[in-house]
Design a protein around this ligand. Structure first.
Ligand SMILES: Nc1ncnc2c1ncn2[C@@H]1O[C@H](COP(=O)(O)OP(=O)(O)O)[C@@H](O)[C@H]1O
Ligand SMILES: [Mg+2]
Length: 289
């Protein structure tokens, strides 16, 4: 059974003339970390909202094809049912937090499911620890930084013990420190917890290195999907799609052009550093003394 399965999916928002998604097929396996990359309007949010049933249940329109999460057809199941399977995090931290304390916020979902008190406490502590917000239980969400708010929003999604986490440009409103903290939580979710994640992004900088797969989207279509190293090979192509490539892949492009090779492809600064130290200096005759 696929974690997320879109089969030939097209969707047109009510009142819109254009298809927001057009014949999109995408399969996400359990344990996979998939990053959707696309400019504004490419259909990322529409795809994310289909994954948890907000489309078509809360946002109506014309839907063709089939969307299922862990075998549940999103049309046949309510958003409430799907909320125990799909955890959702949106762009704006403010729009998702509404309780008086961090603890209430994270407990809100499972409390509504009548999870026993003892287990509720365990879930809250587990989720807060996972996002690096342990000890913030009594703080007001409104007193937190943007990055902290987003991590509380992630904890609130995780406390439902979802099978898949869908994050729609979660770093959108964050400053550099907030972004860094957020991505380290996401990396941790993948590396240590094997969480199944679908992340929508316009910027490939942080998530590319630890994603299993990148999916390039444009105007409601999936152009290409594959391992980051393959997808990031030509950074100017990403730019033409309105996606910021990681700086290290631009460095790789530059080296490949200058040295008339295609051997360089970097996903991390460490990779770039090692390759440059071990390779380039000798090639251009500026070896280290
Ligand atoms: N609520 C809506 N009503 C009408 N059209 C919408 C709505 N939401 C999105 N769209 C349209 O659907 C297309 C895809 O948008 P969206 O899924 O938000 O893309 P992204 O998240 O990549 O920016 C765009 O053309 C957008 O204008
Ligand atoms: Mg969007």
């Amino acid at each position: 059974m696929r974690a997320l399965d879109l089969r030939d999916v097209s969707f047109k928002h009510l009142g819109s003339k254009e298809w927001a998604l057009e014949k999109v097929s995408l399969e996400v396996e359990k344990g996979e970390f998939v990053t959707l990359l696309g400019a504004n309007g490419s259909g990322k949010s529409t795809l994310c909202m289909l994954a948890n049933g907000l489309i078509p249940h809360a946002l109506p329109g014309e839907l063709q094809g089939k969307v299922s999460v862990f075998g549940y057809d999103v049309v046949e199941h309510s958003v409430a049912e799907l909320s125990t399977i799909v955890g959702m995090v949106f762009q704006e931290p403010e729009s998702q937090l509404f309780c008086m304390s961090v603890e209430e916020e994270v407990a809100f979902g499972p409390e509504n499911l009548a999870v026993p008190r003892e287990e509720l406490r365990d879930r809250v502590e587990w989720a807060l620890e996972l996002v690096g917000m342990k000890g913030y239980n009594d703080r007001s969400p409104f007193s937190l930084s943007g990055g902290q708010k987003q991590r509380v929003a992630i904890a609130a999604a995780l406390s439902m013990r979802p099978q898949i986490l869908v994050l729609d440009e979660p770093a959108y409103a964050l400053d550099p420190v907030g972004r860094m903290e957020l991505y380290s939580v996401l990396e941790d979710l993948k590396e240590r917890h094997g969480m199944t994640v679908v992340l929508a992004e316009r910027d490939a900088e942080e998530a590319a290195a630890f994603s299993d797969r990148l999916v390039l989207m444009k105007a409601g279509r999936v152009l290409e999907a594959g391992p980051p190293r393959l997808i990031l090979r030509k950074s100017e192509r990403l730019r033409t799609l309105g996606i910021s490539p990681p700086q290290v892949s631009e460095v790789a492009d530059l080296l490949n052009t200058r040295l008339m090779t295609s051997e360089f492809s970097f996903l991390t600064v460490d990779e770039a550093e090692a390759a440059i130290a071990g390779n380039v200096f000798s090639k251009v005759g500026r070896g280290r003394r």
